[in-house]
Write a protein that binds this ligand. Structure first.
Ligand SMILES: Cc1cc2nc3c(=O)[nH]c(=O)nc-3n(C[C@H](O)[C@H](O)[C@H](O)COP(=O)(O)OP(=O)(O)OC[C@H]3O[C@@H](n4cnc5c(N)ncnc54)[C@H](O)[C@@H]3O)c2cc1C
Ligand SMILES: *[C@@H]1O[C@H](CO)[C@@H](O)[C@H](O)[C@H]1NC(C)=O
Ligand SMILES: *[C@@H]1O[C@H](CO)[C@@H](O)[C@H](O)[C@H]1NC(C)=O
Ligand SMILES: *[C@@H]1O[C@H](CO)[C@@H](O)[C@H](O)[C@H]1NC(C)=O
Ligand SMILES: *[C@@H]1O[C@H](CO)[C@@H](O)[C@H](O)[C@H]1NC(C)=O
Length: 526
């Protein structure tokens, strides 16, 4: 690999600013401010592809001809590098896309949709900014945005086995994107979403200033708790409240096929799960499969845990959901941190598995989400199953995540994340595939759109709500070069943010009126 500085000299990049390209100006500016050219990866160098791929979870955007790749990758190692990147990118008229964990469903942290006016962009990768400091006495933690959820959970558990943080199930997810966009997981019914447990933050604003909660003000601090942060600045760290968990939790999976009355059980689950004791979390995973006799079926898994011991769980389950028929042999007692591995499908693996940041899958995926407010009848569930079983190559996974509990007690406008009382569960439609031949992706995306249309009568409407962390470009997008179009963006913005969208656009107007922080679904200026 050729050191970048030689590359710069040899390709005559160090030219006067009058004739420099935007990229050359950026490199000069950044190098001058940080004296760290080694943090920059240019295309066609070995460090570029390893930096680009380091956390990519969805191969679709690496392969798609419609995806636009970064002109440069900055691997920031300190907050001052973040500040320099913002200041220099703005001066050079380049856009930046910040990447923490790289799990964005539409690849927005590392690729752009190609259009006639696509502005070249830089990836600001902050994976190296991942220190975590736990203060068990005040039950708080400062976590840098480049840390993963696995690193956070692990650090908390090492410090204190009776503390945890309410956030998502996949340990490779980045704190930066996840906490900004909501954060739903196994503790949500008891303690709310991640955004409900953030108490402070450090953010680099459009002027390159590093601001804490007090300095950024309550409007911006409200916005970054649910609306993502990509449209407002770069989150460097969050301060979060930690929550109590018992020393022993009890995990269980109960699997059912159609012949084992899966449909009846899911129908019943819909009526009950949002009202269970908040210590009982039961989510449902459903997908088409084959029964023991070779017939097509739907395999339903009740993927669950109870925050307490087995001897307390069994009578509670018998009382709250007797139809499930939970048995002592279904249950395993473990620590909370071990339950993180259980939900990740890694029971029995060492806890250090949670520190592995390498993307688990090498495939493309697409997801969509809905919020359900009325139980879907058994007949209609059967129609949904038939849709799934009728697919040829498309293997859809349905994930039903129960709401209720603490989520119903928090007002819709308390923070930007708005999905509260009235929702009984969230459903995610998730599908993976390999890019085996041309047209495969379009075929899968088309199937997903059809399925989404099919589900419309059973889910929330006006607006048909969607979860921003399960980003879906089909809902609508900002178009580069078309200016700021608040009214056009309202179509998708109210799906993600309901009545909070207008205030979000106003906050955007206050802190970034020239719309420097932009992506296809960033909050527009009002
Ligand atoms: C396998 C998988 C499992 C998941 N499971 C769950 C789950 O259980 N619960 C749940 O709620 N969600 C889940 N998600 C969704 C996840 O919460 C979102 O994709 C989240 O936005 C990812 O954050 P990230 O930092 O990893 O992503 P990135 O791709 O790095 O970023 C996502 C977005 O946030 C912006 N961004 C990232 N970091 C910053 C920052 N520091 N400052 C400003 N903007 C930033 C990016 O520019 C991009 O627009 C899952 C996703 C995947 C792929
Ligand atoms: C670096 O920045 C300093 C102070 O802003 C400036 O005086 C100097 O000319 C810059 N050097 C280069 C090579 O851009
Ligand atoms: C399914 O439900 C029917 C009627 O409610 C019941 O008779 C039958 O035993 C159940 N089957 C299983 C496998 O639980
Ligand atoms: C991904 O998988 C495909 C097919 O299985 C393989 O050809 C390719 O080398 C893999 N890529 C990576 C980066 O692992
Ligand atoms: C962008 O604006 C042009 C002109 O107003 C319009 O014709 C076009 O449809 C817009 N593009 C999108 C995708 O909204």
């Amino acid at each position: 690999m050729i050191p970048l500085i030689l590359l710069l000299l040899s390709s005559n990049l160090l030219v006067s600013s009058a004739t420099a390209t935007p990229l050359q100006s950026f490199i000069q500016c950044f190098t001058n401010k940080t004296n760290s050219p080694n943090l920059l990866s240019l295309p066609n160098t070995a460090s570029y592809s390893s930096a680009l791929l380091s956390s990519v979870q969805n191969q679709r955007f690496l392969i798609s001809p419609n995806s636009f790749k970064p002109s440069l990758i900055v691997s920031a190692a300190s907050p001052s590098h973040v500040q320099a990147t913002v200041t220099c990118a703005r001066a050079a008229d380049l856009r930046i896309r910040t990447r923490s964990g790289g799990h964005d469903y539409e690849g927005m942290s590392y690729s752009a949709f190609t259009g006639p006016n696509t502005t070249p962009f830089i990836i600001l990768d902050i994976a190296a900014l991942r220190s975590i400091s736990i203060d068990a006495s005040s039950k708080t933690a400062w976590v840098q945005a480049g840390a993963t959820l696995g690193e956070l959970y692990y650090a908390i558990a090492k410090n204190n086995k009776n503390l945890a943080f309410p956030a998502g199930l996949c340990p490779t997810i980045g704190v930066g994107g996840h906490l900004s966009g909501g954060g739903i997981g196994t503790l949500t019914r008891k303690y709310g979403a991640s955004v409900d447990n953030i108490v402070d933050a450090w953010l680099v604003d459009v002027n390159g200033r590093l601001l804490d909660r007090k300095a950024m003000g309550e409007d911006l601090f409200w916005a970054i708790r649910g609306a993502g942060s990509a449209g407002y600045g770069v989150i460097v760290a969050f301060k979060v409240n930690l929550v109590d968990v018992p020393s022993v939790v009890t995990a269980f999976n109960v699997g059912k096929t159609l012949k084992q009355n899966a449909t009846k059980l899911v129908a019943r689950w819909q009526e009950l799960a949002h009202q269970f004791d908040v210590n009982l979390f039961i989510r449902v995973i459903a997908q088409a499969g084959t029964d023991t006799d070779g017939s097509k079926t739907i395999q339903v898994t009740f993927n669950s845990y109870y925050l307490g011991r087995k001897e307390e769980l069994l009578p509670l389950a018998q009382q709250s959901f007797p139809e499930l028929g939970l048995k002592a042999t279904d249950c395993t007692e473990m620590s909370w941190i071990e339950s993180v591995l259980f939900f990740y499908g890694g029971t029995g693996k060492p806890l250090e598995t949670l520190l592995n940041r390498t993307p688990e899958f090498n495939s493309s995926f697409k997801a969509k989400s809905d919020f359900v407010q009325q139980p879907i009848t058994e007949n209609r569930l059967e129609e949904i199953w038939n849709f799934l079983m009728g697919a040829k190559d498309e293997q859809l996974v349905l994930i039903f995540e129960p709401m209720g509990g603490r989520m119903s007690e928090i007002n819709e406008d308390a923070v930007a994340f708005p999905h509260r009382a009235g929702n009984i569960y969230n459903v995610q439609y998730f599908m993976r595939w390999f890019e085996t031949q041309e047209g495969v992706t379009e075929k899968h995306l088309e199937w997903m759109r059809k399925f989404y249309g099919f589900m419309a009568p059973y889910v929330s409407s006006k607006p048909r709500a969607a979860y921003y962390n399960y980003k879906d470009i089909d809902l609508g997008r900002n178009v580069e070069g078309n200016g700021t179009n608040y009214l056009a963006a309202r179509v998708w913005g109210t799906k993600y943010f309901k009545g909070n969208f207008r205030r979000l656009a106003k906050v955007k107007g206050m802190v970034d009126p020239a719309n420097f922080f932009w992506n296809e679904q960033s909050i527009p200026v009002l």
